[in-house]
Write a new protein. Structure first.
Length: 108
């Protein structure tokens, strides 16, 4: 499984389509994802204190677009990137992803 943090409004909009897209797909050419062991680090570094998020649980074997694991930003870790739109049938769950009172995230 791989994971993607999405704004709930963007996810809800995608439900009326057959695919999910992000701004990064247009600007960087891919959708950022993370393995489970890195999701808290990503969430707390880039989304700390934000509300209205969902954590998409993605079965990568069902993703139709190409997935490449790469370290594009010198994090010394390869992250999965989806190079194309995400087909909704690959998303096995969309979990409310809330931060605690101190703004840090906990796994739902």
């Amino acid at each position: 499984m791989i994971y993607h943090i999405a704004h709930k409004k963007d996810w809800q909009a995608a439900l009326s389509n057959d695919t999910y897209q992000t701004d990064s797909l247009e600007t960087e050419g891919f959708i950022h994802c993370s393995p489970k062991e890195k999701i808290f680090e990503i969430a707390n570094n880039f989304y700390k204190g934000q509300n209205g998020l969902v954590l998409l649980v993605i079965d990568e074997s069902k993703v139709k677009a190409k997935i490449i694991r790469e370290d594009l930003y010198n994090h010394n870790f390869e992250f999965p990137h989806i190079y194309g739109e995400l087909n909704l049938d690959a998303v096995i769950d969309a979990l409310d992803f809330k931060s605690s009172e101190d703004g840090m995230f906990i796994f739902p």
